[in-house]
Ligand binder design. Structure first.
Ligand code: GAR
Length: 221
């Protein structure tokens, strides 16, 4: 079975990129990272691509339209079928977003539609919510919006600061992103209107992610 080719866009640390690379090290994982693009020279995440021998490029453009043109050409040339934004902190050109409609996903560190934009974890603490988490969604023009594929939850604990909550959410991000990409690669994700249906989704009561990870879900049956 050919694996779904991913193009991962990063701006910084790249720990979600590393999680996708680690998942695709399993030959039975149905997707592989074919290309990494950073909009920042020296982004720490580029080292993950280097180590895994994955083609990577830096496109540090000021104008979103310049970035879109060059990134689009590279993604096409690499045969990328799904674009994954992984800590990509730039506004994307509207035409670029439209040209990858339903073929571009993003991970965000909150339970969207709560707390879109910057400092989602700080926003969650300020709002006093008891649970937060992360969301993988298809990308639409408005920042951190679009049909939701999967979410993961964590408690917000007494005394949490932004750093503590971010670390707790990040651990779930590293499981949720590979899970959501796997569901897409297996053809189980269908968008109807503004929402997503996942064929054969597991959602045991005590799972931390919904759909649940099969590996963890077994514990609950
Ligand atoms: C992650 O927490 C990701 O959810 C967030 O940036 C971090 C990137 O970390 N993305 C957003 O806030 C997008 N709106 P990483 O570079 O280690 O993957």
């Amino acid at each position: 079975m050919p694996r779904l080719k991913l193009g991962v866009l990063i701006s910084g640390r790249g720990s979600n990129l590393a999680a996708l690379i680690a998942a695709s090290a399993d030959p039975f994982y149905p997707a592989e990272v074919a290309l990494v693009i950073s909009n920042r020279d020296g982004a720490a995440g580029l080292a993950h691509a280097e180590r895994a021998n994955i083609p990577h490029a830096v496109l540090p453009h000021r104008e979103p339209s310049d970035f879109a043109r060059e990134a689009g050409a590279l993604l096409r040339r690499s045969g990328v079928e799904l674009v994954c934004l992984a800590g990509f902190m730039r506004i994307l050109d509207a035409h670029f977003v439209e040209s990858w409609r339903d073929r571009m996903v993003n991970i965000h560190p909150s339970l969207l539609p709560a707390f879109p934009g910057l400092h989602a974890q700080r926003q969650a603490i300020a709002a006093g919510v008891r649970f937060s988490g992360c969301t993988v969604h298809f990308v639409r023009a408005e920042v951190d919006s679009g049909p939701i594929i999967a979410q993961g939850i964590v408690p917000v604990c007494e005394g949490d600061d932004e750093e503590a909550l971010s670390a707790r959410i990040l651990e779930v991000e590293h499981r949720l992103y590979p899970l959501a990409v796997k569901l897409i690669a297996e053809g189980r994700v269908k968008i109807a209107g503004g929402t997503v249906a996942v064929a054969g989704a597991l959602a045991p009561e005590l799972a931390v992610t919904n759909p649940a990870e099969e590996r963890l879900a077994r514990r609950f049956f």
